[in-house]
Design a protein around this ligand. Sequence first.
Ligand SMILES: Cc1cc2nc3c(=O)[nH]c(=O)nc-3n(C[C@H](O)[C@H](O)[C@H](O)COP(=O)(O)OP(=O)(O)OC[C@H]3O[C@@H](n4cnc5c(N)ncnc54)[C@H](O)[C@@H]3O)c2cc1C
Length: 447
Amino acid sequence: MEGFFIFLVFVVLVFVTTIPYMRRVRRQEREARAAAERGKLHSGGPQAQHPHIDISRCIGCGTCADACPEGDVLGIIAGKAAIINGHKCIGHSLCAEACPVGAIEIVMANPGISADMPQLTEEYETNVPGMFIIGELGGLALIKNAVNQGRDVVDAIARRIAEGAPTPEDASDVCIVGAGPGGISASLRAIEKKLRYVTLEQDELGGTVAKYPRQKLVMTSPVEFPMYGKFKTLEISKESLLDFWNTVFEKSQLAVRTFEKVDDIARGEDGIFTVTTALGSYRARYVILALGRRGTPRKLGVPGEQQPKVMYSLIEADAYTNKNILVVGGGDSAVEAAMGLAHQKGNKVMLSYRKDDFARIKERNAQRIKECTDARLLEVVFNSNPVAIGETSVTLEVNGEQREIANDYVWVFAGGIPPNDFLKKVGIQLGAHDFTREAAAEAAPRL
Ligand SMILES: Cc1cc2nc3c(=O)[nH]c(=O)nc-3n(C[C@H](O)[C@H](O)[C@H](O)COP(=O)(O)OP(=O)(O)OC[C@H]3O[C@@H](n4cnc5c(N)ncnc54)[C@H](O)[C@@H]3O)c2cc1C
């Protein structure tokens, strides 16, 4: 009798614990399937880097989905990990690190899908032998990825140099174009490896990071930073990150030719590249392009856009108070700028986006913008487009109807036009083409 009673308690306990668990798993799966459908609808699937899941190894534990800081890139469908919002992946790689059975690796999208991306070898070499691409220009976002690639590409170049004939006296071993996180890391590694290098930057040092809004909290991951060692900080203000870099630059005597834009690159018959700027030309045996993908800001193309009150980046939100402001765009930059401006005294901020929801933004920003709109700190107008910008007003087309609103400033965050024309000019092919690592190696200059 006592045995039967214990058995009964056991059965009840099993039911009480497993039924809610099964319900939760089913609900999560339903949500994941719905999100996957939405993800496909918005983006057609992953367009750059994304996790590749080996289904035969996946044990469906969900650790990968929990580890992703972007929130809903991965989910569990039919007991296995699945990509539900591939377009939101920006290459943290934490899913791959967290997977207990090593079932995930980060891969680049099929070149047929990312038609405007360069195809690269494992050593980041392009179809132009001796010319490399790193950082966001190669399709992988985030500071840590740019730093890792900058370091690794110089290691690959140093190996080739050690194996080949010496570089001619009048040439550098490597010319690095762009001094954002990728170019900085490559330059510092070149110093560490005792290579002769020249780094050219069209603007100031720091790349996109230098253009972040003031006091922006930068999310980083532990990374091996050349000429410094392990950089372990996970969250740091933009200013503190730039200060840290400056100390490393001073200690390592990093030399960067700032405000010198590279206009052209051509390789001579001797296998040496000539890199041309408005101020001169530089001979180099290898070239690393670390140009980022921001390029020139994309414009709206509407009447009145040429006025100085229309801007394409925001550094100091607190310089604007008591103003009528329109922010245009639906990505993280637009949402962050709108929220930053809405928190300043007396500002009336409207965020206009041409689509019907923010499908591409980080989970954290999605929550914060909802809190802002619920608190009536700012107004979001979906399905809208600015059609004219006047001196003191803007005309918005909302669901086919025109609406005139008072306006002092407009910020446009419609993305950048990536430097694809420049890449084509220097011979780099974009998208799918007949290109193998062996072919690049075969055609590489023999010095
Ligand atoms: C608003 C915003 C917030 C972000 N927040 C984070 C974050 O919190 N954490 C994180 O890890 N990442 C973040 N990112 C992404 C991160 O900033 C980028 O992935 C990173 O800066 C890419 O580094 P990069 O060196 O490849 O390119 P970039 O930083 O874009 O640098 C490229 C450099 O090349 C120069 N250049 C371009 N063309 C030429 C030319 N022809 N001649 C000479 N120089 C040229 C440019 O002037 C620029 O300085 C954020 C991005 C944005 C836009």
